[in-house]
Write a protein that binds this ligand. Sequence first.
Ligand code: FES
Length: 87
Amino acid sequence: PFQLIARTSGVTIQVPADKTIVEALEDAGVEVLTSCEEGICGTCETRIVAGVAEHHDSVLEDDERAGNQVMMICVSRAATESLTLEI
Ligand code: FES
């Protein structure tokens, strides 16, 4: 599990191991734009404000992953205890 701070929504939640960031946000009443939910379309691309993402998508290039600026929240998770997103 890790802490997720949705800065724009003003919501802080825990994302359990068995839920995606999208699912955890929806549980908290935050509306998220998604499509494939498999990390291949790019619809759910979200800007990272703080923390480091653990990427599991097939959208980003290697240098974009290393840059840690954006992530696909339908599949990707946090590599740090806390992750702050622009959502
Ligand atoms: Fe398609 Fe996340 S919804 S990459």
